[in-house]
Each structure stands twice: as C-alpha cells, then as structure tokens.
Design a protein around this ligand. Structure first.
Ligand code: ADP
Length: 222
C-alpha cells in the first residue's frame, strides 16, 4: 500500500516555552483510518492543523502524496487545502442562511466548480440526508448537522479527511452513529481519515491509534 502521508521530525513552537508538536515522525497508508488520542494540551489539534495546512510547522517536513506541503506559501497552502482536504469540526459550522443542499455543495459553489450529480447523490445516500436537503440547519438535530458537515467535507473528493473531535458535541448514541457513517463513507470512497478524539472507545474504531503526550508521539499501534 502506498503512503499518503510521511511526516518527519515535525516541530511546532508557538513561542519559546510552548512546543506543541515536538519532533514527531510517522507515516499513514493510503486508505487507512488513524485516530489521535491524548490529554488536553498534548498537541492533537496542532498536529491536525499542520496536516490540514491551516498552520505552518516551525521545522520538519510533511509529505502528502510525496509533495512537501510544509514548504508551500500561504496562497498555495490555502488552495491545496480547499481542493484536497476535507475538514470536519466539533461544531458542525454550517451556514445558517443556506439550505442543507447548498451547505453540502458550498466548497464547490465557492470555487465555481461543477457538481458531480451522481457523486452528490451517493454521498447523500451514504449519509442518510435525502429527506433533509431543502431544510435549513436550525431545523436539524446535532447528529444530522454533523452528517451534513461530513458530506460537505467529502464533496470535493478529498485525498484526506481530517476530523477534530467530530462527535464531541453529540451524545453517545448520536456520536456512535456519526462515527459509523463517517467511517463507512470513507471506506466506500477509499478515503484516508485522521480523527482526533479523547474517547478511547471511539479511538478503537480506527485501524491505528496514535497517542500524543506533551507534544511527543508516545504510542503508535499498527
Ligand atoms: P490538544 O488538541 O491536545 O488539546 P493543542 O494542540 O490545542 O492540544 O495544544 C498544544 C499546546 O499548544 C498547548 O500547550 C496549548 O496551550 C498550546 N497552543 C495551542 N494553540 C496555541 C496558539 N494558537 N498559540 C499559543 N499556544 C497554543
């Protein structure tokens, strides 16, 4: 299996005292599912932000598909992120004044890109959103809103899905369902997923668990 991600000696310092990511190295197989666990403040979100091109490392390299994204300038980073990476947040972040359909398609609408209708319908089916398309976000439950956010992350046909505590705002039943649907969608579409969680049970849904502690990668299961 090919490597989608190769991280070498990655460091992110916010200031002299705060080394949020401290000499982290690992690689991720294409099509695999990886979870990141660790205490609050251990560097999980920072690591995800670096992978998502939302921030720049202090040193070290991140190869995505053999391309070193850590060297990209701001414009290139933003473009690469918009086109290639689907990001799912804890807080859904849907736009209240848009319909569910438009929320899903927003990343394409913003870039004036055509919607692949068959792919759109496949996503809607996989995530059980068919009956909700003409509604507004406020009419949906938290679990439904997160399923919409998942569809929006997948609509660009990303090479990588990053999710930061995707079930953090949901109760256990809804959280489990959302996690199941996200991973099932990724499996069918053969998309690599990295998600952060503080829930060790949910972490085990991944094929591999990375554990962070004080900025250091302390455990990595295979
Ligand atoms: P986690 O996601 O595991 O809770 P974070 O990556 O958010 O950990 O934080 C790692 C460390 O970096 C913490 O000490 C945190 O206070 C610090 N940190 C995070 N973001 C910033 C920032 N924007 N500026 C300064 N320090 C930050």
């Amino acid at each position: 299996m090919g490597k989608l991600i190769q991280i070498k000696n990655l460091v992110k310092k916010y200031d002299d005292k705060t080394v949020a990511v401290n000499d982290v190295s690992f690689s991720v197989d294409e099509g695999s599912v990886v979870s990141i666990i660790g205490r609050s403040g251990s560097g999980k979100s920072t690591l995800l932000q670096l992978l998502g091109l939302l921030d720049k490392p202090t040193s070290g390299s991140i190869l995505l598909n053999n391309q070193d994204i850590s060297q990209f300038d701001d414009t290139k980073r933003a473009l690469y992120r918009r086109k290639k990476i689907g990001i799912i947040y804890q807080n859904f972040n849907l736009l209240p004044e848009y319909s569910i359909k438009d929320n899903i398609c927003l990343p394409l609408l913003l870039d004036n890109e055509k919607i692949d209708q068959a792919y759109f319908e496949e996503l809607v089916d996989l995530l059980g959103l068919k009956q909700l398309l003409s509604k507004q976000p406020y009419q949906l439950s938290g679990g439904e809103q997160q399923r919409v956010a998942i569809a929006r992350a997948f609509i660009i046909k990303p090479i990588l899905i990053l999710a930061d505590e995707p079930t953090g705002n949901l109760d256990k039943a809804n959280g489990d369902r959302v996690m199941d649907l996200m991973l099932n969608t990724a499996e069918i579409l053969k998309t690599t997923v990295i998600f952060v969680t503080h829930d060790n049970t949910l972490a085990k849904c991944a094929g591999r668990i990375l554990e962070m502690s004080d900025g250091i990668l302390v455990t990595s299961t295979m």
